[in-house]
Design a protein. Sequence first.
Lengths: 456, 66
Amino acid sequence: MTDTANYLTRIDEATGNKVISIERSGETVDFIIGSSPDGTDLWQRVPYDANDYGPVADPRTDFDHADSAYNPNAPQVWKELREGGCPVAHTDRYGGMWVPITDETVTEVAYDTENFTSRAVVVGVGRPGDRALPAPIGGAPPITSDPPFHNMARRLLLPAFAPKVIEPWEPEIRRLCQKLLDEMGDITPGESVVDAAIQYAQNIPVNVIGRMLGFPEEDEALFRTFVHDVLERINEEPGTREGGDDLGVYIQEQIDDHRANPRDDLTSYLMNVELDGNKLEDPVVSGMVVLLLVAGIDTTWSAIGSSLWHLAQHPEDHQRLLDDPEVMTFALEEFLRAYAPVTMARLVAKDNDFHGCPMKKDDWVLLPFPAANRDPRKFEDPDTFIVDREENRHAAFGLGIHRCLGSNLARLELKVAIEEFIKRFPRFELAGDTRWSVGQIRGPRELSVRILEVAD
Amino acid sequence: MRVHLDAEKCQGHNRCYALAPELFDVDDYGQAMLIVEGDVPADLHDKARLAASNCPEYAITITENG
């Protein structure tokens, strides 16, 4: 617990890196935060160049979630791995990455914070070095934190996302969805084609989290670019991924603005909340805001898009929701199970043997909760969407101590977004190819649907 | 029927609170709390089973009487 008692932040003049000094058990430990890939031990470039590899031929030995063919076909890939007797896949890409596929192996990694650290949760061509960032704090606490700091950081944020705090946002989210539908303009049934991802899904979470944080509404497009940079451009050189640095600058500006003009929102809450009697240093506040933006936007947008993609192809489920709105309680969880958008990652903390796999310290471990959600040993008929599936212990929001902090908000946004869309458009169908995201967040990025009926 | 909640296992998914608010509440941190003492009223048995069978962390267990 002493890990977090005191922070002191300074800029190291020689390198330009930010140094956070933390008092730990009476000793002061320096953690270096910066973006330079060399000259510090904060960032290890992994020996991987995507150009050396072709498309994935055999996912058992060369798994790549950033292969453009992966997200559109992921359920098929998982099924083949499972049925081929491969509960844990591997690849040399990214400096070495293991991929548990079954419910058993995914669950085991999620619960094991001793052998697997959350110091980095997005697989890329670089990974944090040993002193790169404050393990156990990480760059975006608490998602990048390990125990014991994790629990303290998490408890700071939990009250802001508890069910009873989130529920009152429903009318505002509903109005937002209706406004987006209105903005689609005149619809001619049978002719008009809209993009349910671009014109609808992608705008909902960004607007909501931006409002909660008290950021200017006109910056929404900016958030999306940042998030895209963090999550999708994982094969690019660190130097070309400017998004992360820009995001840091932007958030610091927002923090400064909140300091000058205090107001009742999530950013002010984070700036004022106390840990061991001290307010959080700006870098920690900033890290938490990064987490909320990154985690809150792409994910829910993907879940909304995938759900509408499903409904466009399954009018029987669509009709059931219209006829029997109560079924939404179960349908919502089934959308989350079958189309879980989020795959997390861990780094191996120490060498260990995992189901016969010789895992080495600093190997990546991909944590595909969506694959666990389709394991027939846990779910009956897992590849079938059952709109009123009653028993549904899905892991869409993760398992264990890192359970998605924003799950109540995500559920509310998903529910309202689906309800409003199907109420306005009682029938719609796919109108062309769907473009899926690339990387750890799975969902449609372009989703053309033809509207067949408009509510009066 | 009795319901048991293992607070150590609960990670605040809030599935039980959504499915059976007559039996479960949540605190300011989103952690589940059991709000019935002793036997579960017969008309809530189905809801109790539903909550138990939807907890992703297996934190809820049911004991059926004799």
